[in-house]
Design a protein around this ligand. Structure first.
Ligand SMILES: NC(=O)c1ccc[n+]([C@@H]2O[C@H](COP(=O)([O-])OP(=O)(O)OC[C@H]3O[C@@H](n4cnc5c(N)ncnc54)[C@H](OP(=O)(O)O)[C@@H]3O)[C@@H](O)[C@H]2O)c1
Length: 285
């Protein structure tokens, strides 16, 4: 599988997003474990998660624990996997998302994530979403302290605009290795951040790269050009979508979510699907 880099780590060009395995509508644990194992079998070495991927407030870290279990059960073959988790977003349990960017909270949350993942040091820790109640530099300052204390090995941010990327770089310097923002055929408004990351050489992880859990099934219907290219090649519209995102810049690493082995198998193959310049131009308008 084509490889890309996050900081000094080499990872598969397609990652696995863990959210569909832990929020409302999730499958049973056995199917989730089979999905994660299918990703590993396909050569995926990046898994994205967050402490907030759970249903009820009494099961914070559900997805982190699931991933830790799947990696343990897979054995030695999982040693190279980079697990990227996040903190700063919370789900009280009523379906809403809240934020907490308080530095002391973030530091506690990261340590809890490390415990659930069963590691001394988290491979990549991302500040999930800016909290308007806390100066951004203060929240990112907590991430710097986590780096300095060895709780996390690499630092990323999520849901950040160009100005916030600049602010995070002032705090973290070259230690900011990734930005994770929403980006898909339906949601292109973070194209500016994608291009900014490409200039800086920072990994850009599109979240909901297929349009999100609820919309991924309707890609073909809503985005005719993607289906047209898929038909031309004889492959799935999902694979074409991910291949298009990969073609936008060498720093792009999509993290499609999955709750079925077949989904991630199909998505992982996008890493080796090369679109022609004409196809890329058609999809990029
Ligand atoms: N940073 C943030 O604020 C943030 C926000 C949202 C998400 N995320 C991260 O980004 C990841 C991806 O986003 P997402 O899960 O919301 O949406 P998504 O990746 O756009 O769509 C996920 C859905 O697409 C389906 N799918 C995936 N590959 C497929 C394929 N090849 N063929 C057919 N269907 C396919 C899956 O179906 P099945 O379930 O049936 O397999 C899954 O439910 C999340 O899992 C999470 O890790 C981050």
């Amino acid at each position: 599988m084509q490889q890309r880099t996050i900081g000094d780590r080499t990872v598969s060009a397609i990652g696995l997003g863990g959210m569909p395995m832990s929020i409302e509508g999730r499958p049973d644990a056995e199917r989730s474990i089979a999905t994660i194992h299918a990703a590993l079998d396909a050569g995926v070495t990046l898994i994205d998660t967050a402490d907030a991927y759970h249903r009820d407030a009494n099961e914070v870290g559900h997805n982190e624990e699931l991933i830790a279990r799947a990696l343990r059960e897979y054995g030695a073959g999982a040693a190279d996997v980079l697990v990227a988790t996040k903190g700063g977003h919370l789900r009280p349990g009523d379906g809403t998302w809240t934020r907490d960017g308080d530095p002391a909270y973030l530091k506690r949350a990261a340590k809890e994530s490390a415990r659930r993942l069963g590691v001394d040091t988290i491979g990549l820790y991302q500040f999930h979403r800016p909290d308007p109640a806390v100066p951004y530099a203060d929240s990112v300052g907590a991430i710097r302290e986590l780096l300095d204390e060895g709780v996390i090995l690499m630092a990323g941010i999520s849901n950040a605009d160009v100005a916030q990327i600049g602010e995070a770089r002032e705090v973290l310097g070259g230690r900011l290795v990734s930005v994770q923002n929403q980006f898909s055929p339906a949601f292109r408004s973070s194209q500016g951040e994608l291009e900014h990351c490409a200039k800086l050489g920072i990994a850009f992880l599109p979240w909901s790269p297929l349009g999100g859990i609820a919309n991924a099934k309707e890609l073909a219907m809503r985005h005719g050009a993607f289906q047209q290219v898929a038909d031309e090649i004889g492959t799935s519209v999902h694979r074409v979508t991910l291949a298009w995102e990969l073609a936008l810049a060498p720093v792009v690493i999509p993290i499609p979510g999955a709750s079925r082995p077949a989904s991630i198998r199909d998505s992982a193959a996008a890493a080796d699907l090369e679109l022609t310049p004409d196809q890329i131009a058609l999809l990029s308008v």
